[in-house]
Design a binder for this molecule. Structure first.
Ligand code: HBI
Length: 99
């Protein structure tokens, strides 16, 4: 898949990604998901991990009890690419289904 997204392309992508914002340096997409409890948060992570592995594109994330802080960037490219937008969308869909 292609290279780094322009500032404009990132803005357009974020307009369709509920809950996501961009890091101050524009090099990552961030969202904190909040679930009902730890079990649901970990269920989200399990499903997202399988999707990430299938597409060979992996999140940076941190779980604290019922929250999961996610930061998406394409390490090989040094910033945000279409692969991050795609994974953000998949994570939103997984969270929606659990909610
Ligand atoms: N995940 N977020 C992210 N960024 C990468 O660059 C990346 C990855 N998962 C796997 C991966 N790269 C590998 O394909 C390469 O490092 C070989």
């Amino acid at each position: 898949m292609g290279g780094l997204l322009s500032e404009e392309a990132r803005r357009d992508a974020l307009a369709g990604l509920a809950g996501w914002s961009e890091a101050a340096d524009g090099k990552a997409l961030n969202r904190t998901f909040t679930f009902r409890d730890f079990n649901e948060a970990f269920g989200f992570m399990t499903r997202a991990a399988l999707a990430a592995e299938k597409s060979d594109h992996h999140p940076d994330w941190r779980n604290v009890y019922k929250t999961v802080e996610v930061s998406l960037s394409t390490h090989d490219a040094g910033g945000v690419t279409a692969r991050d937008v795609a994974l953000a969308q998949v994570m939103n869909e997984i969270a929606m289904r659990l909610g």
